[in-house]
Design a protein around this ligand. Structure first.
Ligand SMILES: Nc1ncnc2c1ncn2[C@@H]1O[C@H](COP(=O)(O)OP(=O)(O)OP(=O)(O)O)[C@@H](O)[C@H]1O
Ligand SMILES: [Mg+2]
Length: 372
């Protein structure tokens, strides 16, 4: 699939933008603070209807205005689609999404219309950062091609909040009430479903990642990803998830009542990234972290293709210059082989060895104005 045209209105530092793009390589060059990341963010927003940066929707509105709009024309196997989002400051009305002119009420109904894989400098946090970074990598990937998973996550967060509320209410009493037993059961059922799906997806993602990592390192590095229940216990697809969750419940129920909060469940799980047998987080060099993240991102492309029959759009924000020659060539080769659409932002106009068959379109950006 690819994005044919993007339209922005009062988004970040853009006043108005209307631009057609190449179905293959789009290179966006500009100095710092001109709007490169904002453009990548806008495309991501059309896919996930949220930003990946630490910002509220209201902060995406151009300063001194009170609404932003992003829309895009997408061409995919399913046909041509127009996706439109308008966000207005709370007083005037929140977020409105339309697909081909029809108003959409639930995001779960439209995820997957535009799938993206983003690779940005902060993705090094997948290795180095907190468990939430790794969980959201997995959750975002699965949600894009599996709307029922997204719905389950939303339900999970609601039940978690309700269970926490109840635990807080009961805290200090140490009394397991009938009401708590009901919530426990609901919580376990949903946790089990979420974890099972994550394991199922990892089973596909891990061999792909491993293969790419070996290719990137000439067979020197073996990458593995393991799922850690409650950040500790490694589990695999065929393990009895329910009984492990029940164990966690039994172990922590008293403490949960004392502290008034849930102390186990998929919102506390983690992924352990292992390189040649060692925890990459603590043993890897900066370059190894970068290579592993690149391998994961390239594996994500294949995962999306396997799940939806189409490659997603690849968004590369400022990462080319961070990669060494070999990794960069590998990335370029992958983009060319798969003939995927990608958006590459860079501060320097670097000459890459694109083959003649690949259509590359160049853009220059200055203060929120894009020129080709
Ligand atoms: N809501 C907003 N309204 C107006 N300007 C904004 C808003 N949010 C961000 N900006 C500005 O947009 C400009 C461009 O930001 P962006 O992150 O896209 O830069 P960039 O081109 O990616 O730069 P770098 O090379 O440093 O990453 C910045 O100066 C930023 O302050
Ligand atoms: Mg940037």
């Amino acid at each position: 699939m690819y994005l044919q045209r993007l339209f922005l209105n009062q988004f970040r530092n853009y006043s108005v933008l209307q631009q057609d793009f190449s179905s293959q390589v789009n290179i966006i060059t500009g100095q710092n603070a001109q709007g490169k990341t904002n453009l990548i963010e806008a495309i991501y927003y059309l896919s996930m209807f949220k930003t990946y940066r630490p910002a509220q929707d209201s902060q995406l509105i151009k300063a001194n205005t009170n609404a932003f709009a992003i829309s895009g024309a997408v061409r995919s196997k399913a046909g041509d689609l127009k996706i439109e989002v308008v966000y207005r400051n709370k007083e005037t009305g929140g977020k409105e999404i339309k697909i081909n002119g029809l108003k959409i009420r639930k995001i779960s109904e439209i995820l997957g219309n535009l799938t993206v894989v983003l690779f940005a400098p902060e993705d090094l946090n997948i290795v180095k950062g907190a468990p939430a970074e790794r969980r959201s990598l997995l959750d975002n990937d699965i949600s894009q091609v599996n709307p029922s998973y997204f719905i389950n996550l939303q339900r999970y967060n609601r039940i978690l909040a309700q269970r926490n509320h109840l635990l807080k209410r009961l805290s200090g009493s140490e009394k397991i009430t009938g009401e708590l037993l009901v919530w426990n059961e609901q919580f376990i059922l949903l946790s089990e479903e979420i974890i099972a799906k994550r394991l199922q997806v990892l089973e596909k993602l891990i061999p792909l990642t491993r293969l790419i990592q070996r290719k990137l390192t000439e067979g020197k590095e073996n990458l593995d990803i393991r799922y850690l229940l409650n950040r500790q216990k490694e589990i695999k697809k065929n393990d009895n998830i329910r009984s492990l969750l029940l164990e966690d419940l039994k172990k922590t129920q008293k403490e949960e009542l004392k502290r008034g909060m849930t102390l186990w469940g998929p919102h506390r799980d983690d992924l352990l990234i292992v390189l040649n047998g060692n925890d990459l987080k603590y043993f890897g060099s900066q370059g190894q972290h970068r290579t592993a993240v690149l391998a994961i991102k390239l594996a994500e492309l294949e995962y999306f293709k396997a799940e939806s029959g189409e490659y997603p759009i690849l968004l590369l924000d400022d990462v080319m210059s961070e990669l060494d020659q070999k990794r960069r060539e590998q990335l370029i080769q992958t983009i060319q082989e798969k003939a995927i659409q990608c958006f590459i932002t860079t501060t320097e106009d670097l000459a890459y060895p694109w083959s003649e068959k690949t259509t590359t379109q160049k853009f220059y950006i200055e203060q929120g104005v894009l020129n080709d």
